[in-house]
Design a protein around this ligand. Structure first.
Ligand code: GDP
Length: 453
């Protein structure tokens, strides 16, 4: 393939920057720009070796650099790759890239290096997707999940499932084609058992998917409660800054304020809302409607109550709305004498957390309560998990076809129909790994990438 080039390091000043060139003519392009002090050309260098020298634009020296050579197929893309490491200034880096482009390389589009690795069979689609997940990982577990996929664990697992399905299909075909020959009849029970086994292997890949998604995307969290219970003060305690307006005038937080907050491995996408109460004020009323809407949509509700006074009608209305939701009940103002009615609180199946937002006490208990709510002890981060909606959809559809095949066997439907369903299940595994994905699917995957990767 023709040579492509891009800056692979961030578009910001730094210690060093890397210009990556990949393709059949990568070394010729590098030789037109880089001159090593030992006189050796990239074309003559072995793979995985470096040379010190200078980048030139014609006869004009631009910068001193290191050239690293990777020879096909032992490179990221599977092609010849030359990487020029220069000083990490924005101008110098762009100047060297421009010279590289003037000497025969084309500009690499977003994700094009990884796309080439995929096209050249170095990686499958799940591994390609994991590359971006590694780059965007914000915590330990997220990184671990991405690393496992990057190493090809999901690919290997889906390959073994696919092979088992193909074996079943082969048995069915042999029996359907030559029923009168010596080929043993396909026993429905044995067939079903094989399919149950295959099914559970595949289902492992989407177990814990939601937890993985939460680790990646954060938890959509809303802080809700009547005016003046201390929502904004708590929001500021959790986010560690004075973003919400804290006043003792009821109804001062009128729209939704958002902030990302890290709690252990979890990230909360936290929003403070207008206080909920019955009101005739039109503007405040809109805020209250938004707050209730957010309560219905959110993945986690932090419901705040004022411990220094008895529960009011609006508090009770909120408590009712919490049933069946993932919620934490926070009783605030523990620094002043407690007047909240215990009986009503004890009726809740949720253990309340007592805090004083003003004195910043009890916040660790909120952290613990959140971590317990999203406890993922059953998830094994050492085994591969579907990393995104695309992967989950492929696995779901494959499973759906296997389930339909099992039902078809149960209802004594012709084996032909079972074959069609299992064939479809295989197709979705091929789409998962990209062995048989449409151009649109592949383009969609790489559209998420950054330039230079
Ligand atoms: P919001 O309307 O629910 O957002 O409430 P704010 O956070 O604006 O707080 C309302 C009032 O309660 C302010 O005067 C806060 O200083 C006060 N407040 C908030 N948290 C506490 C607390 O833990 N203890 C006490 N004593 N007052 C608090």
């Amino acid at each position: 393939m023709s040579a492509i080039a891009a800056i692979s390091t961030p578009n910001a000043p730094g210690g060093i920057a890397v210009i990556r060139i990949s393709g059949d003519t990568a070394f010729e392009v590098a030789d037109a720009v880089f001159r090593s002090v030992n006189g050796k050309k990239a074309c003559e260098m072995s793979g995985y070796t470096c040379a010190y020298g200078f980048a030139y634009d014609g006869d004009e020296r631009i910068d001193d650099c290191i050239l690293t050579v990777f020879r096909a197929p032992n490179s990221y893309t599977g092609e010849n790759v030359a990487e020029i490491s220069c000083h990490g200034g924005l101008y110098v880096t762009k100047r060297i890239l421009r010279t590289v482009l003037e000497n025969g390389a084309e500009t690499a589009s977003a994700g094009e290096f990884t796309k080439r690795a995929f096209i050249n069979g170095k990686i499958d689609l799940t591994q390609a997707e994991a590359v971006m997940d590694i780059i965007s990982a914000k915590g330990e577990k997220e990184l671990k999940m991405a690393e496992i996929l990057r190493e090809g664990a999901a690919f290997k697992k889906s390959q073994s499932t696919k092979e088992k399905l193909i074996k079943v299909l082969g048995d069915l075909a042999a029996w359907a084609d030559y029923p009168e020959d010596d080929i043993p009849e396909v026993e429905p029970e044995a067939l079903k058992n094989s399919l149950y086994e295959i099914r559970s292997e595949l289902a492992e890949l989407i177990k814990g998917y939601d937890y993985g998604r939460i680790l990646r995307d954060g938890i959509d969290t809303v802080i809700i409660g009547r005016p003046n219970v201390g929502k904004s003060t708590l929001f500021n305690c959790l986010s560690g800054c004075e973003r919400s307006i804290v006043t003792d005038i009821a109804g001062t937080t009128r729209d939704v304020i958002e902030e990302s907050v890290k709690i252990g491995d979890l990230m909360l996408r936290l929003s403070d809302t207008a206080g909920i109460r019955e009101t005739d004020d039109i503007i405040e009323g809109i805020g209250v409607d938004i707050a209730y809407k957010r309560l219905d949509e959110a993945e986690l509700i932090i419901a705040v109550f004022d411990g220094s006074c008895p529960l009011e009608k609006d508090d009770l209305a909120l408590l009712e709305r919490l049933s069946g939701k993932r919620a934490i009940v926070v009783i605030n103002k523990s620094d002043v004498s407690r007047k909240i009615d215990f009986d009503r609180i004890n009726e809740l199946n949720i253990q309340p957390v007592y805090i004083s937002a003003k004195e910043n006490s009890g916040i660790d208990e909120i952290h613990t309560a959140i971590e317990n709510l999203f406890e993922a002890s059953e998830i094994n981060f050492e085994s591969p998990l579907a990393a995104n909606e695309r992967q989950k959809r492929c696995i779901d559809l494959s499973l759906q076809n296997i389930d339909e095949a099992i039902s078809a066997i149960d209802s004594g439907i012709m084996l032909d129909a079972v074959t069609v369903l299992l064939d479809e299940a295989v197709q979705y595994i091929l789409e998962l790994t990209g062995e048989k994905a449409t151009e649109a699917v592949v383009d969609e995957v790489f559209s998420r990438f950054c330039v230079g990767k």
